[in-house]
Design a binder for this molecule. Structure first.
Ligand SMILES: [Zn+2]
Ligand SMILES: [Zn+2]
Length: 350
């Protein structure tokens, strides 16, 4: 079975699909690796705003060019590529300004269109023309190229919030995006003064292995005050729960900067008392949503220039086991899980 199809909430079926026949202007990608992230788990569990069912999920992938449709130039069969999942309309103000992540007509592979939870993925002609297929430098493993999507999301946030080298940066959530955010700040010498608050002990250990100070969630507010009596200059909650926002708003100094990176889930509202802290403290609040095509290219350039991910553990799985990963909870899951299609092939060959 080479394709996993989500047919309804929590119902995943496996199909053996023929290699698709390409139309003019399209490109066929043979997926090598596809990341399974929190958004995929949410889509599986309860649906997602952009999700249209039935759907082949998977928006973090890289592979090789398997076939080139009529009229497409610039690609060679077998070349290694990464696919940016978002296809903007190309004509609205946001797309023309290079902010395609804001495009209301955006189509996303893995949500509106089939993505990387299948061995073959057809890139539609609008996507090919928009430039969502990017060649990957020979020295970058394709599983790191697949990770360029979350790297691009972190970069997009960091590019928008004006962090200075002397700034004290609080990150709430030591999952993959919290870790990537911290690593990028360190690598680009944006700031080294970083604290990561993370409730899960295993992830806290990982943050420490990466060279960052990490704190448990209990009493974090008081402990941060002890470490930084003047408060945090900037805070980025990298988790979808209210706790991240509460802690950030409380820890920020007057005139601090809040990066609103993770959308909040659940029905519990933040209190007015808390929201008013933005007002009383005169905070600068910067929203950042996903990543645009230019962030994707920037992420690949960062990897090309030596941004090192070898200290981030990756769990590689066969496609056949993807449902186990989709069932993992947001608090207790492997940091990075990646479908490796070589595993599948080996199994089929036996
Ligand atoms: Zn993702
Ligand atoms: Zn647009």
């Amino acid at each position: 079975m080479n394709t996993a199809v989500l047919t309804s909430e929590q119902k995943l079926i496996f199909e053996q699909r023929e290699r698709p026949v390409l139309g003019a202007g399209e490109v066929l990608i043979e997926v090598a690796y596809c990341g399974v992230c929190r958004t995929d788990r949410k889509a599986y569990r309860q649906g997602q705003r952009d999700l249209r069912l039935p759907r082949v999920l998977g928006h973090e992938f890289a592979g090789t060019v398997a076939e080139i449709g009529a009229g497409v130039d610039g690609f060679v069969l077998g070349e290694r590529v990464q696919v940016h999942p978002g296809i903007g309309c190309g004509v609205c103000d946001d797309c023309l300004n290079g902010d395609d992540q804001r495009c209301v007509a955006m189509k996303v592979l893995g949500f509106h269109l089939d993505g990387g939870f299948g061995r073959y993925c057809v890139i539609p002609s609008e996507g090919v023309q928009a430039g969502i297929i990017t060649k990957v430098a020979d020295h970058i493993p394709l599983y790191y190229a697949a990770l360029s999507e979350p790297i691009a999301c972190a970069l997009h946030m960091i590019d928008h919030i004006d962090i200075l080298p002397e700034d004290r940066l609080l990150i709430v959530g030591g999952g993959v995006l919290g870790c990537l955010m911290a690593k990028i700040c360190q690598y680009l010498e944006i700031t080294e003064n970083i604290l990561i608050v993370e409730p899960n002990e295993k992830k806290r250990d990982l943050c420490r292995n990466l060279g960052f100070r990490s704190l448990p969630a209990e009493n974090a507010k008081d402990i941060i005050k002890e470490i930084w009596p003047a408060g945090a200059d900037a805070a980025i909650p990298c988790c979808p729960v209210n706790f991240g926002m509460e802690l950030s708003l409380n820890a920020l100094k007057n005139g601090g900067k809040l990066g609103f990176f993770s959308g909040l889930t659940g029905n519990d509202a933040l209190t007015n008392k808390l929201i008013n802290l933005m007002h009383y403290k005169e905070l600068t609040v910067t929203g950042a949503y996903g990543c645009g095509l230019k962030d994707g290219k920037k992420a690949l350039a960062l990897l090309k220039n030596g941004f090192d991910l070898t200290d981030l553990p990756i769990t590689f799985i066969a496609l056949a086991n993807v449902e186990d990963t989709l069932k993992q909870t947001d608090t207790d899951h492997d940091l990075i899980t990646m479908i490796d299609y070589k595993k599948e092939k080996k199994k089929n060959d036996n």
